[in-house]
Design a protein around this ligand. Structure first.
Ligand SMILES: C[S@@+](CC[C@H](N)C(=O)[O-])C[C@H]1O[C@@H](n2cnc3c(N)ncnc32)[C@H](O)[C@@H]1O
Length: 238
C-alpha cells in the first residue's frame, strides 16, 4: 500500500466506546483511508479530521439493522464505506464490495488483504450488470445515487424479505415519498425511514429501509456455504 499523505487520526473516546475490541482494526482502516485513500484521491483531505465521526461511526451504527449471518452487497463501495466498516465489526456477515472503478477496487482489495477480512470480497462491476449473479439478504449503499435509481439497480439483487439500506441525509423522508410509487412498481416492497445510532453518533444516522416482499424470478447461486444450522461459519484470518 502506498503511503505518504495525511497520517492518522486517533480514535475519539466515543469511537472506542462504539468499537470496543475492534478499535485497533478500525484505526488501521482509518490510517489506510487517511494515507493511501487521500493520495489516490478516494477521499478528500478535508475528510481526514472527521473520518471517525462522519464516516466510520456513522456507517457502523447501521449494523443494528442487519440480521445475523446475512449476505450483504455494498453497492458503490467507493473506499469501503460502509462495507469495510461492517466487515470489521461483523465477522458473521458475508460482504461483497461492489464497485465499478478499477482504482477503487485496487484500494479495496488492499484494505481487505491488509486487514485480513476473510468475510469480505471485492467485485468490480455495476449493480445493474450483476443482477443475474449476485444475491443478497441486505444491500447497503451510501452516497451512490438518488433513491429511485438506486432501487432500480439494487432491488433485483435482493432476496424475498431482504432489505435495501440506503444511508441518506436529512431529506430522506421527502426522497422516499417521491420515490415510493416507483419503488413498489419495481418490486413489491415496504419502505420506511429509520434513525440508528442515537446516543452513539451525533447526529444519528438516517437510513431509508426498503423491505422486499416478493420472490426474485431468476435463480442465482448462493455465494457461500452455510453450516447445517443455516448460520455461516465464523472466524477470520489475522
Ligand atoms: C460518491 S461515491 C460513495 C462511495 C462510498 N459508498 C462512500 O460513502 O464513501 C459513489 C460510488 O458509487 C459507485 N457507483 C456509481 N454507479 C454505480 C453503479 N451503477 N453500481 C455500483 N456502483 C456504482 C461509484 O464508482 C462511486 O465509487
Amino acid at each position: 500500500m502506498a503511503s505518504g499523505a495525511g497520517g492518522s487520526v486517533a480514535p475519539p473516546e466515543q469511537a472506542r466506546a462504539l468499537f470496543g475490541d475492534a478499535t485497533p482494526e478500525m484505526a488501521r482502516y482509518a490510517d489506510l483511508l487517511a494515507d493511501a485513500g487521500v493520495t489516490r484521491g478516494l477521499i478528500g483531505p478535508r475528510e481526514v479530521p472527521r473520518l471517525w465521526e462522519r464516516h466510520l461511526m456513522n456507517c457502523a451504527v447501521i449494523e443494528e439493522l442487519i440480521p445475523e449471518g446475512a449476505e450483504v452487497v455494498d453497492v458503490g463501495a467507493g473506499a469501503g464505506l460502509p462495507g469495510v466498516v461492517l466487515g470489521i465489526i461483523r465477522p458473521d456477515l458475508s460482504i461483497v464490495l461492489l464497485e465499478p472503478l478499477l482504482r477503487r477496487t485496487v484500494f479495496l482489495r488492499e484494505c481487505v488483504e491488509t486487514l485480513g477480512l476473510d468475510n469480505v470480497t471485492v467485485r468490480r462491476g455495476r449493480a445493474e450488470e450483476v443482477r443475474n449473479e449476485l444475491r443478497a439478504d441486505v444491500v447497503t449503499a451510501r452516497a451512490v445515487a438518488p433513491l429511485t435509481r438506486l432501487a432500480r439497480w439494487s432491488l433485483p439483487l435482493i432476496r424475498k424479505d431482504g432489505i435495501l439500506l440506503a444511508l441518506k441525509g436529512e431529506q430522506a423522508g421527502s426522497e422516499l415519498e417521491e420515490a415510493r410509487a416507483d419503488l413498489s412498481a419495481q418490486r413489491p416492497c415496504v419502505a420506511d425511514v429509520v434513525q440508528v445510532g442515537s446516543g452513539k453518533v451525533e447526529p444519528a444516522t438516517t437510513v431509508v429501509r426498503v423491505r422486499v416482499t416478493s420472490e426474485i424470478d431468476t435463480a442465482a447461486p448462493s455465494r457461500s456455504k452455510r453450516a447445517p444450522d443455516g448460520r455461516r461459519k465464523r472466524g477470520r484470518k489475522r
